[in-house]
Design a protein around this ligand. Sequence first.
Ligand SMILES: Nc1ncnc2c1ncn2[C@@H]1O[C@H](COP(=O)(O)OP(=O)(O)O)[C@@H](O)[C@H]1O
Ligand SMILES: [Mg+2]
Length: 239
Amino acid sequence: MGTPIIEIKDLRKVYRIGSEKVVALNSINLTIEKGECCCLLGTSGSGKSTLLNMMAGLEKPTKGTVAIRGELVNAMSEKKLARFRQDYLGFIFQSYNLLPSLSALENVSLPLTFKGISRRVREKRASKLLEAVGLGTRIKHKPSQMSGGQQQRVGIARAFAANPEIIFADEPTGNLDTKTTIEVMELMKNLARQKNQTLVIVTHDLEIASYADRIVRIRDGNIEGIEVKHMNESVGVVK
Ligand SMILES: Nc1ncnc2c1ncn2[C@@H]1O[C@H](COP(=O)(O)OP(=O)(O)O)[C@@H](O)[C@H]1O
Ligand SMILES: [Mg+2]
């Protein structure tokens, strides 16, 4: 066992719409270790995004706790959370979420502006990252001037810009073709490995999940099983 970085205990989320109740998460217990690449795998509506959003403090649980680096995320004020996210978390979205009026370089350096880093250093770091994701010749391009795969590589560079300890990605390859999906998955894994960063990736696709060190299967708001990938790439059921 490595060092736990995310600890989820008895996590429950019930949505109420009028008189109707939707149990999105039943009672989740899960520990994610520092440096691991963990995939949350399940069909649409199984509760994956709800779980990811609660880990990142984007939603409050109905019951239970989420601790990151030993700090209770569910108990933080909005102000504390905003700071905590800037310091420790990175996000990659299915729809890239780049700012359309900004260049690739500006999009990637944006998260660093909140950290009191000088413009020169920000731009240097951003252009190094864009080079690392294979976009060294596209730094002045706007999102609309790039393909989906290129935009997501900008999204990846942005997520890693502030060197977060944890990167959350919700269906990051959902809008990409097979070849680009493979490139994007490899890129995220390789970048994360370099600095022992933790990756939590949501997907409905077993092939994508097979990139992970560990697959957590979610079904109807429960953990159905956990599969650990061994060094020889075979997958064993742990549960
Ligand atoms: N804001 C919300 N209000 C009401 N129900 C929601 C909300 N978000 C998610 N749900 C419901 O919770 C369940 C899990 O949703 P979600 O976590 O988005 O699933 P997944 O990401 O696995 O597709 C679904 O039944 C969904 O309809
Ligand atoms: Mg989802």
